[in-house]
Design a protein around this ligand. Structure first.
Ligand SMILES: [Zn+2]
Length: 284
């Protein structure tokens, strides 16, 4: 696993954007060494349509991680796809999209893992880029905290705490290893609260959200007929988001990530803080 990887063939998946509610098709294509993950908007022809999946391209982190390039071309809700790339160790891939938002599919990374597996993983010869953390860097916002510190391999420890019996306090520790992401994390679905749906709709968001792609909580209950896939599906999904967000570093991290109530904004600020301090990291 020390050499870069891409995919062997092209493959596609279609669905709707969770916020736009509009149909969206994603086609993954092989990419050369050192290219990284690059989103390309196939529906944009009059401007630069490429958006590299890098932390510097992130423009907003409300309700998802969203990016845009210098020409103002954007791509929304990238984190579940990026988590699948990170989880499978795919370094280089072109992700062609026919609209402004990735399809939400079942709300987890599992369909993206299936997409990339269908495309086939192909080894390359250049060494992987690894971001080695050399000293602790931390971001705090009230009770929220995210920290990266030196470690051996890529381990994450996170906790969430929601004032509903459906979730409560949940903690998880996970170390990235071959097969581990698909087995333990990829299937965990996104979640939301029934009372927020109307507020989201009022601002034109969440239009594609349904119980087919979101675990919906009302009071202390999960409303989805089939319930949860595991009692701690919530914290597993937050970890999935962390893995996707941290892949925007531009390579896998060698270090320990710890967080209390992590979110897209916190993860983005943390990566920017690491890169702002040249003594905090090294590319190996
Ligand atoms: Zn998510």
């Amino acid at each position: 696993m020390n050499c870069q990887q891409t995919i062997a063939h092209s493959a596609s998946v279609s669905g709707v954007g969770v916020h736009s509610g509009k149909p969206a098709s994603l086609t993954v294509r092989p990419a050369g060494e050192g290219v990284g993950v690059v989103f390309v908007r196939s529906d944009v022809t009059d401007r630069a349509a490429e958006i590299p999946a890098l932390v510097t391209m992130v423009t907003t982190t409300e309700l998802g991680t969203n990016m845009s390039n210098e020409a103002g071309v954007s791509v929304a809700t990238v984190e579940h796809f990026l988590a699948a790339c990170a989880g499978l160790g795919i370094d280089n891939v072109i992700a062609e999209l026919d609209g402004p938002e990735l399809p939400i599919l079942d709300g987890s990374s599992k369909p993206f893992v299936a997409l990339l597996e269908r495309a086939g993983v192909r080894g390359q010869t250049a060494s992987k880029r690894v971001l080695k953390i050399l000293k602790p860097v931390e971001i705090r916002h009230g009770v929220k905290l995210a920290r990266l510190s030196p470690g051996d391999g890529f381990t994450m420890k996170i906790a969430i705490d929601f004032p509903t019996k459906a979730i409560g306090r949940q903690e998880i520790r996970f170390t990235m290893a071959p097969g581990a992401f698909a087995r333990e994390i990829a299937w965990a679905r996104t979640f939301g609260f029934a009372h927020q749906a109307e507020q989201l709709h009022a601002i034109g968001k969440g239009l594609g959200a349904s119980m087919d792609n979101t675990v919906v909580i009302e009071g202390d209950r999960v409303l989805n007929v089939d319930g949860l896939q595991a009692p701690d599906e919530f914290v597993r999904h937050k970890l999935l988001d962390v893995i996707g967000d941290l892949f925007l570093a531009g390579g896998m991290i060698d270090g320990l990530y710890e967080a209390e109530q992590p979110g897209h904004a916190l993860n983005n600020q943390l990566l920017r803080a690491v890169f702002a301090d040249p003594t905090a990291f090294a590319w190996t």
